[in-house]
Design a protein around this ligand. Structure first.
Ligand SMILES: N[C@@H](Cc1c[nH]cn1)C(=O)NCC(=O)O
Length: 463
């Protein structure tokens, strides 16, 4: 009876937070690479002869394999079957490989006449554009699978400990990666050449891969200790495994569909908008191109500070459903004002970016814990994978659509350097329409919460 309790690796605060910082570094590098090309849209036009359609096609590439080849679902299955160490390393290798391909497309295949195996066009796109798209698609699979893997890692290392705080800190660190990508892209590309910010991302990701190998050593040790503890407690073999019954249970839950819909609509108005925002800042508001990316990345910076603050409020006071309504309503206001041609004062553009940052903190800090309230722990991994899958449909479709719309309906002239001038009114009206739909869904979610008792309005911490 007096058997001594053995301390596991994650029982030490310093070690579990150390493990979090290691894997969060990999995600920070992933978010940097995800966003770093966005501010370069105009330079891609001048230096590599990309059109807006090419840029939209490339941007949507992040989600292409995840949506059309169900890579997020396979990734979830691999994660549950082969575990976090194997899947994390595989996902990071995919990110490194995809980014290397993207870098090659922007260097070795730069320009309209570049050929690969004798062809200068693939599926109607310039070879360089297509290879960059292929690289970004592979990167997108790695980034999304790494995202689910890291959620599972945090759940494992922080179960019964500071779980929500750890998730908030990981998202906050990821936002630093995004903001860094937006801020450095143009100045670095101007100083060291167009592909240099992508090369930096590649180096960071190689660092992320090394970090993941270091984490794997720690995790293996933790597994051994957990096994020993489980054998001592007689609970070995009681792991949560992926089951198709779980998928069915999730799909018949109305809460799943409302959260998934809100997720795809809300994020479609944020991430794809940010990809075009640098150009909007330059063309419509006359903001200097060296700082346009920094402003486009402001929502990420705001979210870095505010997500943990709002998370703390929701933990103590609840009101998740109402907060999602507020965030969606703010999104409508922001996009609607961006759409008004007469309002073109630069300070307004920055103020709107800050408001977008607040909405971008409100909704995720309410949405992700809400998923944990609607579904039991055993279904959480699958629920997140399915929600991310649906979200990726928007992350693919919306930039592809906006790129096309810009080329077909929005060219209003040419600048001295030969690049197009765009009127962003129609794209901003599209974003406003999507934001309106997200508000409707947020109201339906609040109604469903009352009907089905998800307790979204209740605090997480019961006093
Ligand atoms: N599934 C990711 C998508 C994403 C976009 N950029 C980087 N990842 C996601 O939604 N993550 C949650 C978040 O709020 O970043």
């Amino acid at each position: 009876m007096t058997e001594q309790l053995k301390l596991k690796l994650n029982d030490s605060k310093a070690t579990r937070w150390g493990a979090l910082v290691i894997v969060a570094f990999t995600m920070m590098a992933a978010y940097y690479v995800n966003d770093v090309v966005a501010p370069l849209k105009t330079m891609l036009e001048t230096d590599l002869a990309w059109s807006s359609t090419d840029f939209g096609f490339f941007t949507g590439g992040y989600s292409f394999l995840n949506v059309f080849f169900l890579m997020l679902i396979w990734g979830g299955l691999i994660l549950d079957r082969f575990g976090i160490r194997f899947t994390g390393k595989l996902a990071t290798i995919l990110m490194v490989g995809g980014t290397a391909l993207e870098y090659y497309a922007m260097t070795g295949l730069a320009g309209a006449d570049a050929t690969l195996f004798g062809v200068n066009e693939i599926f109607g796109y310039k070879t360089g554009v297509f290879v960059a798209f292929a690289g970004y698609s592979i990167f997108g699979v790695g980034a999304e699978v790494a995202g689910i893997t890291v959620s599972k890692i945090i759940a494992k290392w922080f179960r019964g400990k500071e779980l929500a705080t750890a998730m908030g800190v990981q998202v906050a660190l990821a936002r630093i990666g995004s903001q860094a990508g937006y801020a450095v892209a143009i100045p670095m590309a101007r100083a060291l050449g167009l592909p240099s910010p992508v090369l930096l991302g590649l180096i960071l990701l190689v660092g992320g891969l090394i970090a993941f190998f270091i984490f794997s050593v720690m995790d293996k040790k933790l597994d051994k200790q957990m096994e020993e503890a489980a054998i001592a407690a007689g609970t070995e073999g009681e792991e949560e495994k992926f089951s198709f019954k779980d998928v069915k249970n999730i799909l018949v839950n109305p809460g799943f569909w409302l959260i998934a819909l809100l997720c795809v609509l809300f994020y479609s108005c944020v991430f794809p908008f940010q990809k075009f925002a640098s150009e909007l800042m330059i063309i419509k508001y006359g903001i200097n191109e060296n700082v346009a990316g920094t402003f486009a990345g402001l929502p990420a910076l705001g979210a870095l500070i505010l997500t943990p603050v709002f998370g703390g409020f929701i933990d103590k006071r609840g009101k998740s459903a109402s907060i999602m309504i507020l965030g969606a309503a703010m999104l409508i206001g922001v996009h609607f004002i961006y759409a008004i041609p007469a309002i073109d004062y630069w300070l307004v553009a920055i103020a709107l970016m800050i408001i977008l940052g607040i909405a971008f903190s409100l909704v995720p800090s309410a949405m992700w814990p809400a998923v944990a309230k609607i579904f039991p722990v055993s279904q959480l991994g699958t629920a997140y994978a399915l929600i991310f899958f649906i979200q990726n449909i928007g992350l693919w479709g919306i930039p592809t659509l906006i790129g096309k719309v810009l080329d077909v309906y929005c060219i209003v002239g040419q600048k001295a350097d030969g690049t197009n001038m765009y009127d962003y009114t129609i794209p901003m009206c599209i974003f406003t329409g999507i934001a309106c739909l997200s508000l409707v869904v947020a109201f339906l979610l609040k109604r469903a919460d009352k009907k089905y008792g998800y307790q979204l309005e209740e605090p997480n911490i019961q006093e």
